[in-house]
Design a protein around this ligand. Structure first.
Ligand code: SF4
Length: 422
């Protein structure tokens, strides 16, 4: 199964300070995407591995083919857990030449991984240790001279091993509600930075491209939270955020721009860049916003709480849940309250209450029935297609799975793909 993959599996041994590129056999044996990652996780289980990966179709013309992921042993449950990497991180990782990266062991000093154009480097991160995620992202981009680098990093919470720690996707947090940020911290791994201009090949490019375009043609575009909020049964969420909404944003190749950039340090109507250096943040987590809205927070203050959580590298979802019942208004109080969450000793996420169940977390509240949500996640994480999009768009999983053959010569239906995760 060579097509749709660019490069080998990368094995990084932080203890030895080495990298090794090995054939991607797991994709042939276990299946692509998360199926291969689970096999690699098992193979290297004695070295507390973190496996960063992308799916079979990540980075292709298939709608919402943005999905990457990180898999590791959750400090909250002791079990393997997956966090989604949306926006552009999964795509950029694949184009950097590494479809899957296994990070083993513990580094003697802080480091970050820099993957670019088929070259893996382990870089000194002593100067980054202690920085929040916003400053760490800026520092890596400045050092490497490229603003499009995607930075998966931890903040002070991850460095301290807090159970509230979360891996951040550039500045914006992520769906890591399993404390995988604390796993990065105990490895002395500050960040994984990726950038690449690789090519993705298909077995039958014409048939694959036509099939991907046909999927796009059947999907209605949406802008902003509204469609998602309605589907969640929380139509008020969109209107609540409206006073600070500046623009919408989507992940790679997604016709549903379900993230909202909120401005709360200058008027949201201001379009040009002004003197305000950090006017707001991207609200990409509907579940966290929903908790704060229901808890009586004003939207600007809620966005400040989400920003403070992302900066410290704290899980926005659990932070929102803990802060929900005590609305704050002053930014100073909000920043202090968020920082104090790092020391919360008991942070296990209540199972079954908009929470983590098994491998998958709740970066949005589950859409559809539990069975539909689990199936969309299973297929989505194997193929690298956003499960939220799959359920919102109504794309037929059969039509999506049919693209595996022209993509990579893989004959598999949705049940086969879902079953690859065991
Ligand atoms: S549905 Fe939302 S989270 Fe999913 S790919 Fe599209 S914009 Fe990203």
């Amino acid at each position: 199964m060579d097509s749709m993959y660019y490069g080998d599996t990368l094995i990084v041994d932080l203890e030895a300070g080495t990298t090794e590129q090995v054939p991607f056999d797991e994709a042939d044996e276990a299946g692509p995407g998360l199926a291969a990652a689970l096999a690699l996780y098992g193979k290297h289980a004695d070295s507390d591995p973190l496996v960063f990966g992308s799916g079979l179709l990540t980075g292709t013309p298939v709608p919402a083919s943005c999905l990457g992921f990180v898999l590791g042993g959750s400090p909250l449950t002791g079990e393997p857990a997956v966090a989604p990497l949306s926006l552009f991180a999964g795509v950029e990782m694949k184009l950097s030449g590494f479809g899957i990266v296994v990070v083993k062991g513990v580094s003697a000093s802080p480091v970050y991984l820099w993957l670019h154009d088929g070259v893996p480097d382990i870089e000194d991160a002593s100067a980054l240790w202690g920085l929040d995620t916003w400053h760490a992202t800026d520092a890596i981009r400045r050092e490497m001279g490229e603003s499009l680098i995607q930075v998966l990093c931890i903040g002070p919470a991850g460095e301290a091993g807090s159970p509230m720690a979360s891996i951040s996707n550039n500045y914006w947090g992520s769906g890591d509600d399993a404390a995988l940020g604390a796993v990065m911290g105990r490895k002395n791994l500050k960040a994984l930075a990726v950038r690449g201009l690789g090519m993705i090949d298909a077995d039958d490019p014409r048939e694959f491209y036509d099939g991907a375009v046909a999927l796009f043609d059947g999907v209605e575009s949406h802008r902003g939270f509204r469609a998602l909020c309605e589907r969640l049964g929380a139509p008020d969420l969109d209107g609540w955020l409206a006073p600070v909404a500046h623009r919408t944003r989507s992940c790679f190749a997604c016709p549903y721009a379900c993230a909202t950039f909120a401005k709360y340090r200058e008027a949201p109507s201001v379009m040009e860049s002004g003197d305000v250096e950090e006017p707001g943040m991207l609200v990409a987590g509907a579940a966290a916003a929903l908790w704060l809205m229901e808890g009586g927070w004003e939207p600007a203050a809620a966005c400040m709480a989400l920003e403070a959580s992302a900066r410290r590298g704290i899980d926005q979802l659990r932070a929102a849940r803990r802060l929900a019942g005590s609305p704050l208004t002053s930014e100073e109080e909000i920043v202090t309250a968020v920082k104090e969450l790092e020391d919360v000793p008991e942070a296990a996420w209540p199972i079954g209450d908009r929470g983590r169940e098994g491998l998958f977390g709740s970066w949005v509240p589950p859409l559809g029935s539990a069975e539909e949500w689990a199936r969309a996640n299973r297929v989505g994480y194997v193929l690298g297609v956003c499960p939220t999009f799959l359920l919102m768009s109504g794309v037929e999983l059969e039509a999506l799975a049919a693209l595996c053959a022209p993509a990579a010569g893989l004959e598999a239906g949705p049940d086969d793909l879902a079953g690859m995760l065991g």
